[in-house]
Design a protein around this ligand. Structure first.
Ligand SMILES: C[S@@+](CC[C@H](N)C(=O)[O-])C[C@H]1O[C@@H](n2cnc3c(N)ncnc32)[C@H](O)[C@@H]1O
Length: 215
């Protein structure tokens, strides 16, 4: 199931053409060539907008790949901010630092190679945003780890929370890994039912959970 009608996504993508610059286009081309699941332009601009809207200066990403989502968060936090990127693959660190360095966006970046939720556990203090895009069976644990690390007025943002519509339970949508769907649904329900947050899923691309921490 396409969450966003592809024609609508194309329309929005075309509205965002002013962001075209060589490094971003290279990163998007790599995602396409390798079929690597980056958040894409529409969600990238959305997370930058959310981060700027709350004046985010300290962001922790769980699951950064080669730095595409980090590109947008780095623009938001600025060179004097703090952007923690995490990934299990050291080659993704090398690529992210190369891309973001060439884009002039490496200033706030600290890249942690290893298990992302463990890296969050080792980091100090609270964050304006914890962004989650790790393997889906890790979503409930990521939420439990992140929940208390977000400042009042800060955000938990999580990608793929509609999982191509599989979370709806529609029997017409093929689901070869129902345990992953169940993990995403468990996290979605935990967040939606948490009185400490106001949250909803933005139905763009593959569904973006946005949860604002209340007092
Ligand atoms: C969906 S991709 C990230 C895409 C990135 N957020 C973007 O939009 O540009 C997920 C990445 O996180 C890595 N990953 C998945 N689970 C992880 C975990 N528990 N700890 C560290 N890295 C993880 C994967 O290997 C992959 O490189």
């Amino acid at each position: 199931m396409d969450i966003t009608n592809p024609k609508v996504e194309d329309y929005i993508r075309n509205l965002l053409a002013r962001h075209d610059e060589n490094v971003l286009l290279e990163m998007e081309a790599e995602g396409k060539e390798r079929n690597f699941p980056i958040i894409g332009r529409m969600v990238g601009v959305a997370v930058e907008l959310l981060a700027r809207a709350i004046g985010a200066r300290r962001v922790f990403e769980l699951g950064s790949g080669y730095g595409y989502s980090g590109y947008w968060f780095s623009r938001a936090v600025g060179p004097d901010g703090e952007l923690h990127l995490t990934d299990g693959d050291p080659e993704n660190e090398r690529k992210a630092l190369d891309y973001l360095g060439r884009a002039g966006l490496a200033g706030p970046v600290q890249f942690h190679v290893g298990e992302a939720v463990a890296a969050l556990g080792e980091a100090k203090g609270t964050f304006d945003i914890v962004y989650c895009d790790i393997d889906k069976d890790g979503y409930p644990g990521a939420w439990r780890a992140a929940r208390g690390r977000i400042r009042t007025g800060g955000l938990f943002i999580c990608d793929n929370t509609l999982w191509s519509g599989r979370v709806t339970g529609d029997p017409d949508i093929e689901d070869t890994r129902p345990e992953l769907t169940a993990a995403i649904d468990e996290m979605n329900r935990a967040i939606a039912g948490d009185p400490g947050f106001v949250a909803t899923i933005l139905p763009i691309r593959d569904g973006v959970m946005v949860a604002l921490r209340l007092g």
